[in-house]
Design a protein around this ligand. Structure first.
Ligand code: HEM
Ligand SMILES: *[C@@H]1O[C@H](CO)[C@@H](O)[C@H](O)[C@H]1NC(C)=O
Length: 497
């Protein structure tokens, strides 16, 4: 009884809400309205939204959740709001659930575009870049080495590679943030990130955006979300306390030291109201933004290589020719990417077909503006369908085909970075980190192993139903065949056969 009642109420509230706004808008030249609501129940939302642009053009309005939003499905329209008119569209929608999880907006990814927010984002970016430049490369090399050794020891048995990548990226982030690589700590953060993501996506949390007063009731998902948030805060607060006790002024062991000292400095010098909650939320953004996204990008690449063994073979040849055959002390450095164009192109092609944040994060118009000639009123929420734009057939030849070569021709290859990580004032903070991790982990993994499917059908390239933010894979397993011993075994068996 509760659910149908809720849905009815929800319908009444949203329709009156929409009706009220309508009158002031009727003098404007708005984008066309795609009819219907509950579009968000579509399992592959980005592709569904791209499909609607066949009928309505690349820019249209739609009822998504509690309000009307504008959806952008082309490179041109998306670049208009991210680059040309970036100030007009740098806001974020503010909802109840946002406030719950972001400590009342002390947050970079969900915070609105204000003077304080800009200083906060700048400080977080400096902290990240500092750690990227000081230790990321050697850290990635070391944890990947550990992964390879473990995999070699259990050679040939089925591996849940997604889980391995997720622990690997979590280990990296946890070390950069807190100088902590203890397995128990990494596991605790990893579990918490998973908890936060699943509770956040629960329907009862989504309903809060329509019916904010429900937060005063004991709805099922809300209690779980609050628990996960409490665990999250405890874990990070403990780190903050320990860091404050042992920190030496002017020295930074990790992102936490950098942020704590940076906040003090900004408070003292410029009177900015940044405090511990801002440090905590930056660390949360980095933990949540930095683990599953990068891990999924790695897993999507492995999955495409299972479907395209010929590309995997060419990648391994490229690695062998450029770096020599794999030996126990061979090293791959990030600057080697200039010598490994096919690997670079393959990563771009996987990210084009499966951008792990396919709809970006929602933007909000800070003032009346326009997109592709349509009027956009202040407060309008804008969804950037990045995946849609990356499949635009006016830009890409045979857009649905996996063809890394398209990125090898410098003249023909279109710059896709802004469609993968966003750009402008709201651009992704983790791009340098994610790129380095993805490149080095794959190079080392493919130099050491051949990735093989288990017996039977290949795992599906279809993503899990879209909910939340990330484009997730369905669970799958692989076998990792050590390369040298694989070739010898291969010869042996061909003699036997
Ligand atoms: C393959 C990996 C990744 C992809 C594809 C990705 C993509 C994106 C996209 C599309 C956005 C939204 C841009 C917009 O609003 O227009 C974003 C925002 C963000 N990302 Fe990433 N990201 C990745 C990894 C990371 C990592 C490793 C971190 C942190 C260490 C991170 C932290 C953030 C933060 C904090 C924001 C919010 C920025 C803001 O609101 O101003 N991301 N990311
Ligand atoms: C990697 O590929 C992208 C996309 O084609 C390109 O913009 C970039 O310059 C390439 N980087 C290297 C190191 O070749």
């Amino acid at each position: 009884m509760l659910l149908p009642g809720l849905l009815l109420l929800l319908f009444l509230l949203t329709s009156t809400h929409l009706f009220r706004g309508r009158r002031e808008l009727c003098n404007l030249h708005l984008p066309p309205l795609a009819p219907g609501f509950l579009h968000q129940l579509q399992p592959n939302l980005p592709i569904y939204l791209l499909g609607l642009s066949q009928k309505f053009g690349p820019v249209y309005r739609l009822r998504l959740g509690p309000q009307e939003v504008v959806v952008l499905n082309s490179k041109r329209s998306i670049e208009e709001i991210l680059v040309t008119k970036s100030r007009d569209f740098a806001g974020r929608p503010q909802g109840v659930a946002n406030n719950l999880i972001s400590k009342n907006q002390a947050d970079v990814s969900m915070g609105d575009y204000t003077h304080l927010w800009k200083a906060h984002k700048r400080l977080t970016r400096s902290a990240l870049l500092y750690s990227v430049h000081s230790i990321l490369e050697s850290l990635v090399e070391q944890v990947t080495q550990e992964l390879c050794e473990r995999m070699r020891a259990q050679a040939g048995t089925p591996v849940d590679i997604q889980k391995e990548f997720s622990l690997l990226t979590c280990r990296i982030i946890s070390y950069l943030s807190f100088t902590d690589k203890e397995d128990t700590v990494v596991q605790a953060f990893n579990n918490n990130v998973q908890d936060l993501m699943t509770t956040w996506e629960h329907w009862s949390i989504k309903i809060l955006e329509f019916l904010p007063f429900l937060r005063f009731f004991p709805i099922p998902g809300l209690r779980k979300l609050k628990q996960a948030l409490e665990t999250r805060n405890c874990l990070v607060e403990k780190q903050l306390r320990q860091h404050k006790e042992t920190m030496v002024a002017g020295q930074w062991r990790d992102i936490t030291d950098f942020m704590l000292q940076g906040v003090n400095k900004l408070q003292g010098e410029r009177g900015l109201e940044l405090h511990d909650d801002h440090v905590l939320m930056s660390l949360v953004d980095i933990l949540i933004g930095g683990t599953e996204t990068t891990a999924s990008a790695l897993a999507w690449t492995v999955l495409f290589l299972l479907h395209h063994p010929e590309i995997q073979k060419r990648l391994q040849e490229e690695l062998d020719v450029q770096l020599g055959p794999r030996t126990s002390d061979s090293r791959i450095q990030y600057k080697d990417r200039w010598r490994l164009p096919l690997l670079n192109a393959t990563i771009s092609e996987v990210m084009r077909l499966r951008p792990v944040v396919p709809l970006g994060l929602p933007h909000r118009a800070m003032q009346p503006s326009s997109i592709m000639g349509y009027d956009i009123p202040k407060g309008m929420v804008i969804i950037t369908n990045l995946q849609g734009a990356l499949l635009d057939s006016t830009v890409w030849e045979q857009p649905h085909e996996f063809r890394p070569e398209r990125f090898l021709d410098p003249a023909g290859s279109t710059n896709i970075n802004s469609m993968i990580f966003g750009c402008g004032p709201r651009s992704c903070l983790g791009e340098p980190m994610a790129r380095l991790e993805i490149f080095l982990v794959l190079a080392q993994l493919l130099h050491t192993f051949t990735v093989l499917p288990l017996e039977g059908a290949l795992p599906s390239l279809e993503p899990q139903p879209y909910s939340g933010v990330n484009l997730k894979l369905q669970p799958f397993q692989v076998r990792l065949q050590p390369r040298q011993c694989c070739e010898i075994a291969g010869e042996g068996s061909s003699f036997a056969g």
